[in-house]
Design a protein around this ligand. Sequence first.
Ligand code: SAM
Length: 474
Amino acid sequence: MTDSLAVGNLVNLEIYDFAMGGEAVGRVGNFVLFVKGGAPGDKLEVQITELKKNYGRARIHRVLVPSPRRISPRCPVYNECGGCQLQHCNYDAQLLFKTKMVQDALQHIAGLKGVKVRPCKKMQRPWNYRSKAQAVVGAKPYLVRGDSAEEAEPRFHPFVGYYAQGTHSIVKVDNCAIQLPTNNEILQAARDALERLQWPVYNPEDGTGAIRYLVVRTGFYSKQSLLVIVSTQPRLPQVREFVDLVRKRVPSLCGVVLNLNPHQTNVILGARNSVLWGNDHIIEEVAGLKFNISANSFFQVNIEGLESIYECLDQFLNPQARDIVLDAYCGVGSLALYMARKVKRVIGIDECQAAIEDAVVNSDLNNLVNTTFMDGTVEKVLPTLCNKGSLLQRGTRFSSAILDPPRKGCDLTVLHTVAKMRIPKLVYVSCNPSTLARDLGILVENGYQVLEVQPIDMFPQTYHVECVAHIVRS
Ligand SMILES: C[S@@+](CC[C@H](N)C(=O)[O-])C[C@H]1O[C@@H](n2cnc3c(N)ncnc32)[C@H](O)[C@@H]1O
């Protein structure tokens, strides 16, 4: 470490790269400093905020020479809110960063050299693309004066927003630049209705109040919207008035659901829903398929990104009419049903019961009779498919499999079972390059070859990237 490296000191830093989480990276001598809000090519004066043995963190004090990739962030609360990390970089720079992040993960985490990583797939709509908003509700108390101090009536101004990165403080956001405009309109209408009816907002400090989050889902193509009110209490007053106030502002709303979540966890949605008005789901239509999506089910948040995944399924799996396909972590069947139209049979597995129920409804909605959906974890259910007398008849093998796990990736049992079943073609869909790389490394050790990886910019303005890997049995 050089003498200038002490917490609080100002140092000059040239940014040469991005790191995994979207922080910019520069070096003082050989010492690495991570800086939020930097852009490769920036010359900065930074103030050191944290020092560890091998690296440190710093905040921008002054931009000395801005990178040609630097632009003005669109969102007025970009620096405070934790939702986006790359709005200060132009879109081409974001795409380059994501491609490189995937290449680096494959090389450094799994030692997979020479795997072709295609350029990150650009979105036509890099703004206002998110079909799902999960906003936190906060409230500022105030007193309405009566004739005397005792008669003063306590009231509150509710606000909606998102957590500042890594904290529980809420940044007020009225118009999120990556949400579909309808989601912003519904959140604002719901916030105004909360204020008008003075529904009690949850206070995490003392556990009083009820309303914690507002979750909105909108179908990009169908234009249907669902509002989910997450509450610690199962009953709310003046429900009809609330619904009327929101519907008057957003007539495309098709349902309002109350989700009960009294638990002190980071998980937003509880398990119990009750319909306050209308439907408990939306219908979205994509690629000629209809999807029933309920409050607790996973569905890709960027429809253009989902369409890009479909293109990869066609290219990488080349589906044929005789194929039997496994869709592990199938959710509501968005990938399974796309394949079901092209192949003989699809078997989907997901641990979320609501998603499996949706997947079954979705098969019916689309008149598909060649799907089977199984409720349970892939690690438990998949090995049973190898058992004698199981769903797969003796001698029948999966022609291909889709693995689309959550961020933590696949359980080791799943990867070993896939290898044991000798499934010839795999597509691994992932929203986390680190766990993707780890799992690809394990598949390679177990007889597979990774032909190529297509990063897709499913989450523009953020550091997140979706990947679709093309894998074959070697
Ligand atoms: C990234 S989503 C993919 C869903 C679906 N393929 C799609 O594109 O809409 C991951 C899914 O894995 C499910 N899941 C998480 N852990 C699981 C496990 N251990 N076994 C089965 N499903 C799991 C979740 O419920 C979720 O639906």
